[in-house]
Write a protein that binds this ligand. Structure first.
Ligand code: FAD
Length: 392
């Protein structure tokens, strides 16, 4: 029969890979996508939803176009991988055979990473680091904050998905509070001494949200934190604070199915840069956040870029189609305030060791309002383009 590709995870990496293999192989390859959700809510632009710049519907994408484009979309969880038999087991009981398996399951949280927090506390103290109901919950809590209340964030240690994500979120929360609850305060406990686009964010916070945001890095005890979801307190370096909202973003690792497949080093899945195949198994590929690939940040843009390289290589391996040299790109945009966008990005190539950075760029502090507005508009165009590239 035809060669079979199974893709686990219909997010940024998996949806792109499934769509490209089905589209470009023109029916020569059977492509099955396993994804439990009927609607995928992008984490990208979920902070803009918190800030009031987007509606939740604007960041939701369904799988109908993938299905009509030839992808066999199965809404179920993959719960096991047998790499000898080359099969994937689904929670619903089915077994699906593959010649090539592509895993793009995103992230899971490291257990016990933040003292006092586990998944049972995620309703009182949401992470909103997987978008959808968690994003809606965090927004509802933000809107219900009492006048002059306190919003706390526990930021994650490196490496994690979307390096500027927590700080864009702080900006969007501050934007909302400035307009709706101007005496409210934001505290950030951060286990790191510095963070992505730090100078740009700190300049933006000083200019737009003066006195509202207290960022406590590891040099000041931000790495010594615990929470109590019943008492709604955060303890930073021994000091207990009562908070009204607490956004806990724990340390991350590869999605569990990558671990179950036995292709991780315990946290992440080491891959070969040339095609995203795992070091553990040449027929199992890992894309996006779950992979350990080298210099690229964990982002939707990166996952999409890696998926296209992988799709091209998998097609070549199965049908003999032409394989192009691996080239990758990423840009991470962040919105600081209305029409005030900043960005950081780079291009990459595959070396024997890793995906290696070639050239990079970053917005400058002190840029004009026109440049910042153009950067924001560029991010809007990127969102439309990339979600079409992923979901059709
Ligand atoms: P995901 O997109 O998370 O997809 C994983 C999918 O796998 C999910 O749909 C999940 O349901 C499914 N899955 C998991 N386990 C299983 C299983 N066992 N069986 C079947 N399916 C499974 N990136 C950008 O490029 N730009 C941004 O502006 C940006 N902003 C962000 C802001 C925030 C607040 C956050 C949290 C992230 C942001 N990101 C951004 C990062 C981006 O969302 C991720 O890097 C990207 O989604 C990673 O793609 P992925 O395919 O690895 O995982």
């Amino acid at each position: 029969g035809k060669p079979r590709v199974v893709v686990v995870g219909g997010g940024a990496g998996g949806a792109t890979a499934a769509r490209y293999i089905a589209k470009d192989s023109k029916g020569e390859i059977d492509v099955t996508l396993i994804e439990p959700s009927r609607m995928y809510y992008t984490c990208f632009f979920s902070n803009l939803y918190l800030g009031g710049f987007k509606e939740i519907e604007d960041i939701g994408h369904s799988y109908g176009t993938l299905a009509s484009g030839g992808v066999n979309v199965v809404h179920d969880w993959a719960i096991g991988v047998d790499r000898d038999a080359k099969t994937v087991t689904l929670a619903g009981g089915a077994t699906v055979a593959y010649d090539k398996l592509i895993l793009s399951p995103g992230i899971d949280f490291v257990e016990g990473a933040v003292e006092g927090w586990d998944l049972s506390a995620q309703n009182a103290m949401p992470h909103a680091y997987k978008a959808g109901s968690q994003s809606e919950l965090l927004k509802a809590q933000l809107m219900a904050m009492p006048e002059g209340g306190t919003f706390a964030m526990v930021a994650p240690p490196n490496p994690y998905r979307c390096p500027p994500g927590p700080y864009e979120r702080v900006s969007m929360v501050a934007h909302f509070l400035k307009n709706n609850n101007p005496t409210a305060k934001i505290i950030v406990a951060d286990p790191k001494p510095k963070f992505s686009k730090m100078a740009l964010f700190q300049e933006g916070w000083a200019n737009n949200y003066e006195g509202m945001i207290d960022w406590i890095g590891s040099d000041f005890g931000g790495d010594n934190v615990s929470v109590d979801a019943n008492a709604m307190t955060v303890t930073i370096d021994g000091e207990v604070t009562n908070v009204d909202v607490c956004n806990v973003i724990p340390a991350m690792k590869a999605g569990r199915i990558a671990e179950l497949a036995g292709v991780t080093d315990g946290n992440w899945a080491p891959v070969n840069a040339i095609d995203m195949s795992t070091k553990a198994d040449p027929d199992v590929y890992v894309l996006g956040d779950s992979s350990q690939q080298g210099d690229m940040p964990k982002s939707g843009f990166s996952a999409n870029s890696q998926a296209k390289v992988c799709a091209n290589a998998v097609r070549g391996a199965l049908t003999g189609s032409r394989v192009f040299p691996a080239k990758f790109a990423n840009t991470c945009w962040s919105l600081i305030d209305t029409n005030n966008g900043v960005k950081v990005g780079a291009t990459y190539e595959a070396t024997d060791e890793k995906i290696a950075k070639v050239d990079g760029f970053i917005s400058a502090t002190g840029e004009s309002a026109d440049v910042r507005k153009a950067t924001y508009e560029e991010s809007e165009g990127w969102y439309t383009g990339i979600t079409t590239d992923m979901f059709g």
